[in-house]
Design a protein around this ligand. Sequence first.
Ligand code: SF4
Ligand code: MG
Length: 244
Amino acid sequence: MKEIYKKSNILTDAITHYCPGCGHGIIHNLVCEVVEELGIMEKTIAIAPVGCAVLAYDYWKFDTTEAAHGRPLAVATGIKRARPELIVFTYQGDGDLAAIGTAETVHAANRGENVTVIFVNNGVYGMTGGQMAPTTLLSQKTATCINGRNAKRDGYPLKVSEMLAVLDGVCYIERTSVHNPGAVIKTKKAIKKAFQNQIEKKGFSMVEVISQCPTYWGLSPVEAVEKIEKDIIKKVPLGVIKDV
Ligand code: SF4
Ligand code: MG
């Protein structure tokens, strides 16, 4: 059997706190693989969010700092401007990046800050109990819309990547997923490109990863990845959204 997936050397041996079947562990590993392959571990700084990935600093070996909820891109801006030789990336969920952090996200993107963003979108607030997020899809059930998101009452899902793509400061945005091996490989390529863009000083790059949250989707791990294939990516198509 051909091995297509293994743990990166840049991941620590800590056992993660993520639920079974969560996408975060896969995405953590991909970021570490890319950092290792690009040989940038000693100069990489991550900014972790408030959200399910709040303890990310326990899981990878490069330096990581924490930001107040929604503010990783403000912190990233400060670090990158003070130390432009460092490779700076934020790792943020949809509650962090697309709700409380919307202002920081939009303005950092519009300024064309030369940083990399890993945007993990599972359409729900995972850390706080599965409430509706800006990216919750229409008819998706959450703890605060138990009969499903209703556009008249709750508004429409926020298309963050499409919204940011129109800003002149944005260099690259791609939407990917990690629900099967092929999707994982594509996500790794996108993450690598987003880091390479920063190394080449091209400006703001973001990879939106559609990620499974079996716990608050009320599904088994297998059902969650099937839902991405059969339902979510038909509504939120994968692919390059902007590449300057
Ligand atoms: Fe992952 Fe969802 Fe569990 Fe958070 S709540 S760790 S996103 S499966
Ligand atoms: Mg989320």
